[in-house]
Design a protein around this ligand. Sequence first.
Ligand code: SAM
Ligand code: DTB
Ligand code: SF4
Length: 325
Amino acid sequence: MKTNKLRFDWKIAEIEAIYNLPLPELMFKAQTLHREFHRTDEIQGCQLLSIKTGGCPEDCGYCPQSAHYKTGLEREQLLSVEKTLEAAQNAKNSGATRFCMGAAWRSIPDGEQFDRVIEMVKGVRSLGLEACCTLGMLTQDQALKLADAGLNAYNHNLDTSPEFYGSIISTRTYDDRLKTLANVRKAGVTVCSGGIIGMGETLNDRYGLLQQLAVQNPHPESVPINQLVKVEGTPLQDEKSLDVFDFVRMIATARILMPASMVRLSAGRLQLSDEAQTLCFLAGANSIFMGEKLLTTPNPESDRDRNLLHKLGMKLFSDAKYRTA
Ligand code: SAM
Ligand code: DTB
Ligand code: SF4
């Protein structure tokens, strides 16, 4: 890997300058770095599964799964290992190479439920898929146990800038988030961390989020960029829609700041035309979530994704070997 190209000292003014470049310049820089570190004809397909749904004690203002808001979402206890592995096998059959299990927990309780998740991770790995979990806050001991089970990645998003964070979530702090990321890193599990745009944040908040991610050494290996999915009943249900070009600029800037990382075009694809998604790929996004559901909200149908990739002459990764560059 060309690690001498990676920087961990990004300043807000530099990030601002990149984000606001004339679009052709921004895209050129993003593409130049993208092709140095990654193939440009392939993206990774990931599949999400909500293994424990709803009833979450946290108050994240965007989230349909928070118990603080009436979103009409049906709660579900932790799935069985069998059901989870059935979904993982289906994901593999449809071309995904990474399987991400999400749970609406503030933190994962030790005991039978933790042990069950360990079995899920082992099972997903034995299918030849990369295994990723997102289960809320994690202690060092839990992170080490997940690492022993073969977990490849842990998703824990910073979501936004430290300054805006308190307007979106009050039940945990930015430092709590960073602490879990440090526990994950120390356990030798790769870090998946990104955020959401379209929540009413300022441009400075977007630069602030990108800075928090890009000054981590090493960079998160995986950076999901989500567009807010507006869910009725959440405090952000009436938020103004995001301009597509802001999404493209965010992805391109993430690609430039963290060139070796996977940049994932995550929630919000249903709101994007094929052309807009293509701009995101050209800006350096090299992964999508596949399947008709994200965790609880809809996602484009598989046929539409297949057709789009085919039209673009692109394909999904054919193996699950963890790629850094
Ligand atoms: N409870 C765990 C946590 O918060 O870390 C794991 C599951 S949580 C649903 C995973 C991530 O999904 C959140 O950090 C957030 O970035 C993203 N997310 C949740 N609701 C969303 C929405 N309506 N639109 C976009 N992204 C969303
Ligand atoms: C991430 O950044 N986005 C995914 C994944 N990590 C876990 C989750 C998106 C959730 C969107 C809302 C829902 O479907 O519930
Ligand atoms: Fe709970 Fe995660 Fe949703 Fe926040 S984002 S309410 S922690 S499920």
